[in-house]
Write a protein that binds this ligand. Structure first.
Ligand SMILES: C[S@@+](CC[C@H](N)C(=O)[O-])C[C@H]1O[C@@H](n2cnc3c(N)ncnc32)[C@H](O)[C@@H]1O
Length: 285
């Protein structure tokens, strides 16, 4: 028998690297089945609901399992997503990317017509599901190279009442095969070239398929190369990028999309982590 307050202080004493404040909050919400922090505050001095699950989660976390995998789910803005070790844990930078994309897409198209959006390398489905819920009249497609990853993304789409069409395949290839024309491409592809730069905890636990690329710009180039074949008259492209990729990506834009407008954007820590490209038709149609 223990109250939420007692568990909170017990968790505070655990190694802070493994259980920080946001992890404590996630654990207490999970074991009580609460949807919000305010619910936890309201029931702080009451018995915690599922102590067996609490013990199970703590032993996994203390063994080095990231909190989101130990819980089996993770928040992504207002979504709650199932995460298994097959999928990357959705990151706060990616929340910034989708909020930025939502703003630009709505500015460009708000309510005008059906907008076709593709999330390439969808992982948990975080980007695709969020945009499907937030962009009025959106038809959202999502692809990944891994069938195991897609199984998780599909579960997440159902769990979050989202209608997404999923394709298994390499980058834009499914869209070329299906002859799908898109208004928006968004992607957070693998972009880490040197595995020694990856945090041990990430390297040991998260899927390398989601992380590694050689060169770092490999997957961006694969998308740039095929943009003309999948675009309508205008296409908007949004990418999460690694730090220090601005130079290499600028060269690739000039090579494959020479007339496109593009902007690099910084994240809340001042690091250049996002790329927005607007490409207008100039040869075809
Ligand atoms: C960095 S993760 C991003 C996951 C998710 N979109 C997110 O932002 O949380 C990259 C994803 O790309 C997928 N991937 C890797 N190589 C791919 C390829 N050649 N074609 C399509 N997807 C690929 C991985 O399986 C992984 O799910």
């Amino acid at each position: 028998m223990a109250s939420n307050r007692e568990l909170y202080f017990e968790l505070k004493k655990l190694v802070p690297m493994k259980v920080n404040d946001s992890a404590i909050k996630l654990i207490l919400l999970d074991i009580n089945g609460f949807a919000s922090f305010s619910e936890l505050v309201k029931h702080f001095d009451e018995q915690a609901k599922d102590l067996d699950r609490y013990q199970e989660i703590i032993s996994r976390v203390m063994a080095g399992v990231p909190i989101q995998y130990a819980l089996g789910h993770a928040p992504f803005l207002e979504l709650d997503l199932i995460v298994t070790p097959d999928v990357l844990i959705p990151r706060p930078e990616t929340e910034e990317l989708v909020l930025f994309a939502e703003k630009i897409i709505n500015k460009e198209y708000l309510g005008q017509r059906e907008i076709k959006i593709a999330d390439i390398g969808t992982g948990s489905g975080a980007i695709a599901i969020f945009l499907n819920k937030r962009i009025f009249k959106s038809t959202v497609f999502a692809s990944d190279i891994s069938s195991k990853v897609l199984a998780v993304a599909k579960e997440n789409a159902i769990k979050n009442d989202s209608k997404i069409t999923f394709y298994e395949g390499n980058m834009l290839i499914p869209f070329l095969q299906e002859k799908i024309k898109l208004d928006v491409i968004i992607s957070n592809p693998p972009y880490i070239e040197d595995e020694t730069t990856i945090d041990d905890n990430v390297f040991l636990n998260e899927p390398h398929l989601a992380l590694l690329a050689k060169p770092a710009s490999q997957y961006y180039e694969e998308i740039f190369k095929n943009v003309h074949a999948v675009m309508k008259k205008v296409i908007l492209l949004f990418f999460e990028i690694g730090e220090n990729m601005e130079g290499a990506l600028t060269l690739l834009i000039k090579k494959y999309l020479p007339l496109a407008d593009y902007e690099f954007h910084k994240d809340i820590y001042g690091k250049t982590r996002f790329l927005y490209i607007r490409n207008d038709t100039y040869e075809q149609e």
